[in-house]
Design a protein around this ligand. Structure first.
Ligand code: NDP
Ligand code: GDR
Length: 327
């Protein structure tokens, strides 16, 4: 039975990746950072019905000693480094923490693997945010990077360190440059989930308005369930490499609202307002990925359309609010 160690197991991707690997017969161990709110730990794993099937060990990305101890204890065949301060907007308010967790944290994990189990295969969760100020209209593995936030700069450092550990130490270290991916398990602060949650509240009469920031930015959105499959496939390759994972379709926030509101028979123009509080100091205006390399080398294809995903998310949020409000 292969063993996978997942950092960020309590996040959106960690939950779906755990589900995928458990289904393939893996032993799944996750890194859990200590929280005073222990009662809400593992909410996403619970939602998928797999909380009791994974092992959780205490540690923190900023504490190398905890990572070394965990790798010694677990002896993983595969390490998926998903932990991060992942909310771009928050990275301007907490640039140092973001650098420590999202950037240095990845190096801590690479070091723990190199010192204790250098034959473990390593996946780094890189991001399309690294493209930032777009240099080419469609982005692939060869497109130059231009990070536009403390988050993106931290991810770029982690990305290059992954490449360097591969080239310097011969480690099987791969980096997935994933474009935005969403699901009913997406954090409420991200725009897709904020919109589907808003749609559900407005539909149920619990709210009238939804306040957003820049409606003109566009993103290449896929489903997290499809994207964690690509992570797994990368670590099954003989040779480690970097891959863009994207759908090849970009949609504005405005059109996302149109799709989400119309899925329950509402017009977004009647409910969406803009609030400058949600604008960012610097914006990534447009992202559109070309996943040809992954399609060819990994046989990976996205299976869920944006419309299907938004419908799934709206339904999940409607169910949550009905339950919460006894409707
Ligand atoms: P989430 O924000 O949902 O999850 C982040 C995870 O990191 C959580 O489990 C969180 O734990 C954990 N974490 C944060 N800080 C620490 C720390 N100091 N020590 C240990 N664990 C910590 O992210 P996603 O699942 O959406 O994304 C997974 C990864 O992929 C992230 O690295 C993200 O930056 C990257 N990415 C995501 C994309 C997307 O569209 N979703 C696209 C491209 C890259 P806790 O539950 O305790 O907060
Ligand atoms: P992003 O995701 O920054 O692309 O990072 P997010 O959903 O936060 O923003 C997407 C776009 O929507 C615009 N926007 C708003 N965003 C939020 N959160 N809230 C709003 O009210 C709002 N109004 C407009 C933003 O300005 C932006 O243009 C996500 C994260 O998962 C990263 O960790 C990951 O690396 C990238 O995707 C790929």
């Amino acid at each position: 039975m292969p063993t996978a160690l997942i950092t960020g197991i309590t996040g959106q991707d960690g939950a779906y990746l755990s589900q995928l690997l458990l289904g393939k017969g893996y032993r799944v161990v996750g890194l859990l950072r200590r929280s005073a709110s222990a009662d809400v730990i593992g909410e996403r794993l619970c939602w998928l019905g797999i909380l009791d099937d994974v092992e959780l060990l205490d540690g923190n990305m900023t504490d190398l000693s905890s990572l070394i101890r965990i790798v010694e204890t677990v002896k993983p065949d595969e390490i998926y480094n998903l932990a991060a301060q992942s909310f771009v907007a928050a990275s301007w308010q907490q640039p140092l923490l973001t650098g420590n967790v999202t950037g240095m944290g990845a190096v801590n994990m690479l070091e723990a693997a190199r010192i204790v189990k250098s034959d473990a295969r390593f996946y780094q969760a890189s991001s399309s945010e690294m493209y930032g100020l777009i240099q080419e209209p469609v982005q692939n593995e060869k497109t130059p990077f231009y990070p536009r936030s403390p988050y993106a700069a931290a991810k770029l450092y982690a990305h290059w360190m992954t490449v360097n550990y591969r080239e310097s130490f011969g480690m099987h270290a791969s980096s997935g440059i994933l474009f935005n991916h969403e699901s009913p398990l997406r954090g409420i602060e991200f725009v897709t989930r904020k919109v589907t949650d808003g749609v559900a509240r407005i539909k149920l009469g619990l709210a009238k308005e939804l306040a957003l920031g820049n409606l003109d930015a566009t993103r290449d959105w896929g489903h997290a369930r499809d994207y964690v499959r690509a992570m797994y496939l990368m670590l099954q390759q003989e040779v480690p490499d970097d891959y863009v994972i994207a759908t090849g379709r970009t949609t504005s926030i405005r059109d996302l609202c149109r799709i989400a509101f119309s899925s329950v028979g509402l017009n977004y123009e009647d409910h969406v307002v803009t609030n400058p509080a949600f604008l960012r100091p610097a914006e990534v205006e447009v992202l559109l990925g070309d996943a040809s390399k992954a399609k060819k080398a990994l046989g990976w294809e996205p299976e869920t359309t944006l419309e299907e995903m938004i419908t799934e998310m709206v339904e999940a949020d409607l169910a949550r609010h009905r339950k919460r409000n006894g409707l």
